[in-house]
Ligand binder design. Sequence first.
Ligand code: 1HE
Length: 273
Amino acid sequence: MNYNHNSTNTKASMTHPDIHFELRGDHQEVAVIRLTRAAKRNALNDGLILALRDLFEKMPSTVRAAVIDGDGPHFCAGLDLSELKERDAGQGLHHSRMWHAALERVQYGPVPVIAALHGAVVGGGLELASSCHIRVADESTFYALPEGSRGIFVGGGGAVRIPKLIGAARMTDMMLTGRVYNAQDGEKVGFAQYLVPEGQAFAKAFELAVRVAQNAPLTNYALMHALPRISEQPADQGFFTEAMMAAIAQSAPEAKSRLADFLEGRAAKVRKD
Ligand code: 1HE
């Protein structure tokens, strides 16, 4: 059962020229979202950000997981600096809130999203990657926040999400000094959960997405929507919310049948790799 999709929608209108959208998998269960603005290093202009927002709002109901990656030599060069014209404070506020709305649709959208990273993952590109649920990086990946040297600040949710991955001290250092993390160090500090050889990020991310898509939808929902909120609650409230979510998840028919499968010897055991 699908708990959080727009079930009336089977075809999303994925017509932005700089986004390739495709359904893959035996049951069309994995959405592949590719930024295809390689000539501009997948820099995110306003149209592209709004298209990403719309895409996650209109995800087809067959989809259970998504992979996002970028065409060309880099994942994403961040904000399209050619659009960074003089804005007054109010316009700047609304521009940042537009990014927030779009990346919230990624983080708190219908399905878990796996980012397949390579090359530059910088500025708003790192903010986009941070809004995803799993990050797979290949050996060519590097992470930076050039906002610090461009005289601006993060505005796409990076101040909230990036410290959760690497800590506020490391983010402060990146922005103050222009420090660039390579793929190995980026994995060590927590930007990515998987590090793979160059050119293999998409294949690994897709493999993970197929696996994630097999989970009970309510479990995936709990991980995307309940866990991040619980982790920010005071412990007493967190324990209570956890108990509520656990009770809801275990009462779903799918949980009952999966537990029966294990108890009757039909389900896979946990095995070390
Ligand atoms: C761009 C952008 C962009 C490239 N906006 N056009 N982000 C940055 O400060 C990163 C800026 N970009 C770079 O540092 C480099 O381009 C890269 C390291 C990402 C890639 O280098 P490279 O040598 O492969 O490509 P390139 O030759 O620098 O760029 C190719 C073209 O893409 C070139 O345009 P062309 O017309 O001369 O061919 C570049 O101008 C263009 N390009 N990056 C616009 N970002 C919500 S707030 C978020 C705030 C931020 O994200 S600030 C950080 C912005």
